[in-house]
Design a protein around this ligand. Structure first.
Ligand SMILES: Nc1nc2c(ncn2[C@@H]2O[C@H](COP(=O)(O)OP(=O)(O)OP(=O)(O)O)[C@@H](O)[C@H]2O)c(=O)[nH]1
Ligand SMILES: [Mg+2]
Length: 429
């Protein structure tokens, strides 16, 4: 009877062998293939897959027909037979033809990293916007892979589980998919417009916005929850958060800001996903301040930080004021802690330490408050005086003959914006 139970389990769970091919090109990316593989294991487990074994191959270039070498295909066949696997997951992106050849020869479900990530997203999407974006990304990924396929259209439902564009679409043809893509883009445009309206409203209300960004699983949602009591989904898995959530955060001195949690980043974030999720990701562009949350205990910390910076650059948000929060220091080895950069703009924290939360609020308050400067304004320049009152916080006013000297607190962003009018009046000490 025990065997029957076991069989039932294998029916509902994908049992996979992970495969990675280390090519010259991959070596040049500077991302450690072993760490990438560890991440693939996490991704697979997040998708509910049981990982049975891992196969590695070093090869100058991928095989055009099989992706891995023919000998490795045989090794995969034997491992799959021996362990009872029904799926192979590749850490690199495969072509449609390679997937087809492997599937036909091995009788295994073949999935690549991109498809796995798309699948996890499909399982997570909750809001209308999220659902549209994921389906759009899935179809855009599949469309170029459908050429000349007949029965392989079944790959539409062939991800992990049965999520994704559903069974009902199995018999649809490419034209149908193109039509669906057009329709999804139209729906997305509407959603984007609504999002724009919300932004406009927030902008008009003068809300100061702070965005939590970072690699997936760094602790962004945990921080949002700890800082604002928000009821958000937190899980030790990749891509727990898909849709941005915003909450009001009280700063020292009673000032309020809007704190937004965002979707996590990952290396090789599928291109179709980035394109589809632009509307969501661009929330970051609205931020006055970016809190870059880093899992300081991760062996991939430096690579992860670089990947986050690259994505911020792509989004046009790299030059925003940024504070790096090195999170999870409670999990760090002493050597790891020593390696962390220090200085202004960096803070070492644990999301579960109340004192650290206070320090985060202080550093946000300081950053947004900006520096204080003295301005010497001649009596006949009432226009400049009123500008100072409008964009800064006038702390003190003194009089010197015909001039008024204002001591003003001004944040960097406003100074950058109005500096062209104000710079001439800065009073050098
Ligand atoms: N030990 C420790 N665990 C933490 C800390 N901060 C977060 N975690 C854990 O890290 C895991 C991921 O946290 P999340 O807040 O979901 O991470 P996220 O950045 O929102 O992740 P995604 O939404 O997947 O991008 C959870 O299991 C948290 O409990 C910390 O300071 N210390
Ligand atoms: Mg999250």
């Amino acid at each position: 009877m025990a065997i029957t139970t076991h069989d039932t389990e294998t029916d509902i769970q994908d049992r996979a062998i992970l495969v990675t091919l280390v090519t010259d090109k991959i070596k040049r990316t500077g991302i450690d293939p072993e760490l990438s593989l560890q991440e693939l294991v996490q991704l697979a487990e997040t998708a509910g897959v049981e990982v049975l074994d891992v196969l590695r191959q070093n090869k100058d270039t991928p095989d055009s027909k099989w992706f891995i070498g023919k000998g490795k295909v045989e090794e995969l066949r034997m491992a799959a037979d021996g362990l009872g696997a029904n799926t192979a997951i590749f850490d690199q992106e495969l072509s449609g033809a390679q997937v087809r050849n492997l599937e036909e020869s091995l009788d295994l479900k073949i999935i690549d990293r991109t498809q796995l990530i798309l699948d996890i997203f499909a399982g997570r999407a909750k809001t209308r916007e999220g659902i549209i974006q994921v389906e759009l990304a899935q179809l855009s990924y599949l469309l170029p892979r459908l050429s000349g396929q007949g029965k392989n259209l079944s790959r539409l439902g062939g991800g992990i589980g049965t999520r994704g564009p559903g069974e009902s679409k199995l018999e649809t043809d490419r034209r149908h998919i193109r039509g669906r893509i057009t329709e999804l883009k139209r729906q997305l445009d509407e959603v984007v417009k609504t999002r724009e309206l919300h932004r406009e409203r927030r902008r008009k209300a003068g809300a100061v916005q702070v965005a939590l960004v970072g690699y997936t699983n760094a602790g962004k949602s945990t921080l949002l929850k700890q800082l604002t009591d928000a009821d958000v989904y937190i899980e030790n898995q990749l891509f727990a958060t898909l849709d941005p959530t915003s909450r009001v955060l009280q700063l020292t001195g009673g000032k309020e800001v809007v704190l937004t949690d965002t979707v996590g980043f990952i290396q090789n974030l599928p291109h179709d996903l980035v394109a589809s999720f632009r509307a969501t990701l661009e929330e970051v562009n609205e931020a006055n301040l970016v809190l870059h949350v880093v899992d300081a205990s991760s062996p991939m910390r430096e690579e992860q930080m670089e990947i986050v910076q690259t994505i911020l650059q792509d989004l046009g948000a790299a030059s925003k004021p940024q504070i790096v929060l090195f999170n999870k220091i409670d999990l760090c080895e002493p050597e790891q802690l020593e390696m962390l950069p220090t200085g202004t703009g960096f803070l070492k924290i644990s999301a579960f330490n109340p004192e650290d939360l206070t320090r985060i609020i202080e550093i946000i308050s300081d950053e947004l408050a900006g520096d204080t400067l003295n301005f010497r304004i001649p009596g006949d320049r009432g226009d400049i005086s009123s500008l100072l009152y409008r964009v800064g916080e006038v702390l003190e006013t003194t009089y010197d003959e015909n001039d008024v000297i204002y001591n003003v607190r001004l944040n960097k962003e406003d100074y950058d914006k109005w500096g062209y009018m104000l710079a001439d009046f800065v009073d050098q000490p």
